[in-house]
Write a protein of this length. Structure first.
Length: 189
């Protein structure tokens, strides 16, 4: 059983990566395999809504990093999508990924249905609830199961490492990851 954590930040080593790393650490402690993909060093073109995927069951743009990530998403039992808040919403990188995975997922027979998913968001000050909702809509649209935590899965920090000062945010991510692992084990045993 595997949990895939996708970091939608355009920066490596930032707060979003730290928060996802914390959640994946919990998953490993629970005995699950984990993998982190950071979009900072990947190219994901936006969806052209060409509907090529509808007839061909693959994406017409095969010259970027999308398809290998999509395959890993299909293979995982759990998916964590994460983003820092950029001007009140998710980053263009994660948005491009979920738009394309959304369309292709529908065309490919809904491969994410009944998998476990959840979002983690890092904000400097505001925009976290809207960004959190943006990411959650992907899971809900695809019939995925979203475990809760003790609060919304958000944390605060601006400079790299500042998220480590948000004890409530870290605890929320920890509780989310524990619930995610419990649910994955229940579904897959």
């Amino acid at each position: 059983m595997k949990v895939l954590g996708i970091v939608g930040s355009p920066r490596r080593g930032g707060n979003t990566e730290t928060l996802v790393g914390e959640a994946l650490r919990v998953c490993r402690e629970e005995g699950l395999e984990t993998e982190m993909i950071t979009l900072a060093d990947k190219t994901i073109q936006p969806c052209a809504e060409c509907m090529y995927c509808k007839s061909e069951k693959t994406c017409s743009n095969q010259e970027d990093d999308f398809l290998p990530i999509f395959e890993k998403m299909k293979e995982a039992q759990g998916i964590i999508l994460s983003s820092p808040v950029f001007f009140g919403s998710a980053t263009p990188q994660i948005k491009a990924l979920i738009d394309r995975a959304g369309y292709l997922g529908i065309a490919a027979g809904r491969p994410f249905e009944r998998k476990v998913g959840g979002a983690l968001v890092v904000a400097r000050r505001a925009g976290q609830n809207f960004t959190f909702s943006q990411l959650l809509y992907f899971f809900l649209y695809h019939g995925m199961i979203v475990p809760g935590s003790t609060y919304w899965n958000i944390a605060f920090g601006k400079e790299p490492g500042e998220v480590n000062n948000d004890q409530e945010g870290l605890q929320t991510a920890y509780n989310f990851a524990k619930n995610m692992c419990w649910l994955i084990k229940k579904i897959n045993y």
